[in-house]
Design a protein around this ligand. Structure first.
Ligand code: NDP
Ligand code: HSE
Length: 454
């Protein structure tokens, strides 16, 4: 029925949420509907919109009268409304979003969502529900805002063996690190600016502690490796331990400090085209942590709230996508692209390709090999440097360079290591923490190339 109807009249959209993204999405559809119909042959109309508070001012230039006619506080009624053909979920969070998405799919309605938290916690189950219903569940907006990354991985690179994916996927932390790096702002000043500009989540812990990036890393790893990766599988460190001294030291050595999301296959699965490599569970490492990125790497020049993802494919080689990773309008653009795709599929009675996902073999962080930066505050007296250096040696970590910065009565030692095993580096940090002369083990950063890792 939906297939026939969709040819004869506009596709009726039920939108759940009218906040930063939802309001911009409704505005885009209202203003661009004619142009979209001309370009794509798809006529769209937002017929119902669910919100919590119908009296709230909306962040858009929508005509209040036209908006209020479509508003309701009953989100479930929007999903079940026979006059809604496709559901756009822009509420965020797990509940009630998950139940509403499942309800829509169960009713045979395609769903477009920008909900990274939901996709990173139960993406596998939701995709299975969409497959069982024979309709689309599309979620381009959930990772890196306007950047067409999900579609790049699922369509353009559908035949590619992705070896590694490494990106800046959180606008807030990239903005903060840029301001700290370029203007010498303190962590607190940079965070206050990011919040004022509307980049940060309502609780910025999600940004600065890496939870938001971890959710996006899980979604990307799931698509890139056809694996059921959830946010809690992702190793995660945020940027809260990074100070201006760490950034200044990185600069002197020719690096920028970036919060990276990394997802990569194990070395044997990356290089082997063996049957074992293809049919065994994907052996992957998925992690989020700050890293020192060499200035000549493309990711080092990604500034402010921009996002970028650097991909390495076995056949395609290296490529990078870059753009606005946050903000109502850029994110709404990604939602709209998905809606048009889903509308085409509904009209044709088809759906997007979705690969069967397998449980991944997750490689523990302890087996990572990387170079490391570490700062250590120590008492400034004879014998301390030798004691500190011996802890590195006892744990098989070779020091590449060391610098001492004088502080009042103390000294800050900053080390750069040769490539070492993460487990050995963690043992070194624990050993340093036990030394009487060590006042504080400060920031640890993994260093991107040239020896290995991160
Ligand atoms: P907002 O908090 O601005 O908007 C959420 C909307 O959902 C509000 O309109 C709210 O209503 C409505 N809502 C919440 N709970 C209910 C409910 N139970 N029933 C009906 N309506 C409800 O979020 P954003 O627009 O920023 O984000 C939306 C989604 O897009 C999230 O999943 C987010 O992760 C994702 N996203 C956001 C980006 C961004 O830059 N903002 C970027 C990429 C993805 P009311 O307004 O009345 O309170
Ligand atoms: N808080 C997120 C960010 C919003 O800073 O990237 C986009 O997901």
């Amino acid at each position: 029925v939906a297939r026939q109807d969709a040819r004869d009249r506009p596709l009726r959209l039920g939108v759940l949420g009218c906040g930063n993204v939802g309001a911009k999405f409704v505005e885009l559809v209202d203003t661009e509907a004619e142009a979209i119909a001309r370009r794509t042959g798809i006529e769209l109309a937002v017929t119902r919109i669910a919100v919590r508070d119908p009296d709230k001012a909306r962040p858009s230039s929508l005509d209040p009268a036209s908006l209020s006619k479509r508003l309701t506080t009953d989100a479930a009624a929007v999903v079940t409304d026979p006059e809604v053909d496709l559901v756009v979920e822009l509420i965020g969070g797990i509940e009630p979003a998950e139940e509403l998405v499942l309800q829509a799919l169960g009713a045979g309605k395609p769903v477009v969502s920008g909900n990274k938290e939901l996709l990173a916690s139960s993406g596998g189950e939701l995709l299975a529900a969409a497959e069982a219903a024979g309709v689309d569940l599309l979620f381009e907006a959930s990772v890196a805002g306007a950047i067409p990354l999900v579609r790049l991985l699922t369509e353009s690179l559908a035949g590619e063996r992705i070896v590694r994916l490494m990106g800046i996927v959180n606008g807030t932390t990239n903005y903060m690190l840029t301001r700290m790096s370029e203007e010498g702002l303190s962590y607190e000043e940079a965070l206050a600016e990011a919040q004022a500009l509307g980049y940060a989540e309502a609780d910025p812990t999600a940004d600065v502690e890496g939870f938001d990036a971890a959710a996006k890393a899980a979604i990307l790893a799931g698509i890139a490796f056809d694996a059921d990766v959830v946010a809690s599988d992702v190793y995660r460190e945020g940027i809260t331990a990074i100070g201006p001294d760490d950034i200044a030291f990185a600069h002197r050595l020719g690096y920028e400090v970036k919060l990276l999301a990394v997802a990569e296959r194990s070395v044997d699965q990356a290089s082997e085209a063996s049957e074992t490599g293809r049919s065994g569970p994907p052996s992957v490492s998925v992690r989020v942590h700050p890293a020192m990125v060499p200035r000549d790497h493309p990711l080092a020049s990604v500034r402010g709230s921009f996002n970028a993802v650097f991909l390495d494919g076995a056949a395609a080689g290296e490529l990078m996508v870059y753009g606005r990773g946050a903000g109502g309008l850029p994110t709404a653009s990604a939602v709209l692209g998905d809606v048009i795709d889903a509308a085409h599929h509904l009209r044709e009675g088809s759906r997007s390709r979705s690969a069967r996902r397998r449980a991944p073999d997750l490689r523990p962080m302890a087996v990572l090999r990387a170079q490391y930066y570490l700062s250590v505050d120590v008492a400034d007296r004879p014998g301390v440097l030798a004691a500190v250096a011996s802890v590195f040696g006892e744990n098989d970590v070779s020091i590449r360079s060391m610098e001492q910065i004088g502080l009042a009565g103390e000294a800050r030692l900053v080390f750069l290591t040769h490539t070492a095993l993460e487990a050995d580096m963690q043992a070194t940090i624990a050993g340093l923490g036990r030394l009487e002369a060590v006042e504080r083990v400060g920031c640890m950063l993994r260093v991107l190339g040239p020896e290995a890792g991160p």
